[in-house]
Design a binder for this molecule. Sequence first.
Ligand SMILES: [Zn+2]
Ligand SMILES: [Zn+2]
Length: 150
Amino acid sequence: MYIEALKKELKDKKYRMTPQRELVLKVFIDNENDHLGAEDVYRILFSNKHSVSKATVYRTIELLVDFGFLRKLDFGEGIYRYELAKKNKMHHHFICKICGKIYEIEEKHLDILKKELENQGFVFEDFDFKIYGICPKCNKKTKKRIENKK
Ligand SMILES: [Zn+2]
Ligand SMILES: [Zn+2]
């Protein structure tokens, strides 16, 4: 479905659907639950024996962002991560400060926020909300460690 949408969009904008573009988008579809950086995409393609240069991967990802297929995310690591823009529901990101894993937290109140903003004359386009803390797994481990010390 994404591939078809991308093909159409590329055609509308007079770009060609190159095998590279299709490959890069497919990596994101196959790893839907991850938040991949450009290096991750390159590594995945490389390990699947696809010879796409790093520069092409970076360029292609930016193109896919421009087309609205990918959302660019900044978790303050000095690199950008990306995810499929149209996937499932609006969500927030919870970043565990112990294991570094990024969890997706479903957004339930966005409609209320949107309405409030619109009432004030704002135009809502996108949002980027990050929560930092300790994930349930690490929380359990930490608790165990404290208990063992007792
Ligand atoms: Zn954790
Ligand atoms: Zn996400």
